[in-house]
Design a binder for this molecule. Sequence first.
Ligand SMILES: [Zn+2]
Ligand SMILES: [Zn+2]
Length: 118
Amino acid sequence: MTGQQEMPYRVESDPDWNTVAAGTARVGLHPDEAAPEVIVISGPCPRCRHETVHSEPLIAYANALSRTSLLARVLRHRAAEPGSREVEVICGCLTSHSETGEHKGCGASWVLHVEWGV
Ligand SMILES: [Zn+2]
Ligand SMILES: [Zn+2]
């Protein structure tokens, strides 16, 4: 892929990318698969084909609340149950695309359906 002209940064999404990414993405559930706190999705970006990694915290919003908050405990409990999430992945490849400005990646985003505990 070296030597080819990189495509410029563009904020776009395409339903086809969801399908492509579903076939190529690697999904990691941390700290364990039954009760994940973070989903880590890695794999090639369906637009620019560069390797990208995306972390999706599942209970970060619970941590932002008081530890004694009932809502926080409910959210924690819920995170430990079987579940699923539509994760929006935004290309964060380390290749410098032109016109990126302050951004990382090529601007592509896609949605991956992740399930756990099933
Ligand atoms: Zn890229
Ligand atoms: Zn990309």
